[in-house]
Design a protein around this ligand. Structure first.
Ligand SMILES: *[C@@H]1O[C@H](CO)[C@@H](O)[C@H](O)[C@H]1NC(C)=O
Length: 352
């Protein structure tokens, strides 16, 4: 069933079950079609990353909803994860080490059927220093602890990136595609270790800045994944809609705006606030005209119906052309998710 059809039946159920507290069956069906097991309940959702807003505002390339244009990779889901790793007190004393932090991103929300096509780490420094002090950034990946190797703590990690930077209002980006692909197996996800050094000088020389650096460093991971089960072949270009007037009882597209507030989804859907879903309604009488965009089968069915009306029903008024929309929402882990959904908007109706 099309997602838009599920939406209509969900709306109807809401009106009928206005005082029923149980999640209507239609809503569960609808959420499942949207790739969710239930209504997400974000606890303390953070701000929406700029990169996700940009993609959302740019909209979907309707001809290829399974490509994330902003990142030039295949995909229909973008997630931004919050870092859940603890600050590590400087356990290995090193005189120029400013701070050391364990980074952990919970990628268990990525489903088995999804392919990770991009992983990007962003380290954002929300601070300006104009003194030109340089810091060293190092990112390590802890390796699986072998019983033998446990003696030497230092060697049990692999250096992924090392870079120097200055504390300005800017971000560092690192390609973690391979690592993120590996992390979809939760046992492989031991996080990362980030270290920041005060370059050249002992940290105690500007200890205040070193103490503060943690508070204005913000780390997040972004993944792009492709759920192939919600991707069809590239769709043909939309044809211009016929502007011929149609009698009101004849099968055609009807305007329907779905407001997420009306369905109680405003707590987890970030954007859009609602959308023009539309629906199909009307009769498919004999003889079917060109205007009703009947399938060959529907034309035959109306013909048979005109001969044997008791045995063969008239064709149904149903969507013949649908288009995708993007949704930005919070999941249960307070991650921000941007997802492209196919078949959400009814563009044209016809007799089928
Ligand atoms: C990121 O790394 C992956 C795999 O290591 C590579 O295929 C991809 O081209 C890289 N992306 C960018 C933008 O460099």
């Amino acid at each position: 069933m099309d997602v838009s059809v599920l939406f209509i039946s969900f709306l109807l159920a809401l009106f009928l079950l206005a005082d029923c507290t149980e999640l209507p069956f239609q809503e569960r069906m609808l959420l499942k079609a949207l790739g969710l097991n239930g209504r997400p309940r974000p606890v303390s959702p953070g701000p929406v990353p700029k990169a996700l807003w940009k993609i959302f505002e740019k909209g979907i390339n309707a001809e290829n909803p399974c490509r994330m244009e902003g990142f030039q990779v295949p995909g229909n889901i973008v997630r931004s994860y919050r870092d859940q790793g603890p600050l590590i007190s400087s356990e290995v004393p090193h005189e120029s080490l400013c701070f050391k932090k364990h980074l952990f991103f919970d990628l268990s929300v990525i489903e088995k059927k999804e392919q990770v096509t991009l992983g990007q780490l962003e380290i954002k420094f929300k601070h300006n220093t104009y003194h030109g002090r340089e810091f060293q950034f190092r990112l390590y990946r802890p390796l699986r602890l072998s019983l033998k190797g446990m003696r030497d703590h230092q060697t049990n990690r692999r250096l992924l990136f090392a870079q120097s930077f200055r504390l300005l209002h800017r971000s560092l980006h690192f390609n973690l595609t391979k690592v993120a692909q590996d992390w979809t197996t939760p046992e492989n996800n031991m996080g990362l270790v980030m270290e920041i050094y005060a370059d050249g000088e002992p940290a105690n020389k500007f200890s205040t800045l070193c103490e503060q650096i943690h508070s204005f460093t913000h780390t997040s991971l972004l993944t792009v994944t492709l759920d192939p089960t919600s991707c069809k072949a590239a769709r043909p270009k939309r044809s211009a809609e016929s502007s011929m007037p149609t009698p009101s009882n004849i099968c055609k597209k009807r305007r329907l705006y779905i407001d997420f507030k009306d369905v109680g989804w405003q707590n987890w859907v970030i954007a859009p606030r609602g959308y023009m879903a539309n629906y199909c309604h009307g009769e498919c009488p004999y003889p079917l005209t060109e205007m009703l965009k009947g399938t060959n089968h529907a034309v035959l069915q109306t013909l048979v119906h005109s001969i044997e009306p008791e045995i063969t029903p008239l064709p149904c008024c149903a969507p013949t052309k649908l288009s995708p929309i993007s949704m930005l929402y919070y999941d249960n882990n307070d991650n921000v998710v941007l997802r492209h959904y196919e078949d959400m908007v009814v563009d044209e109706c016809g007799c089928k």
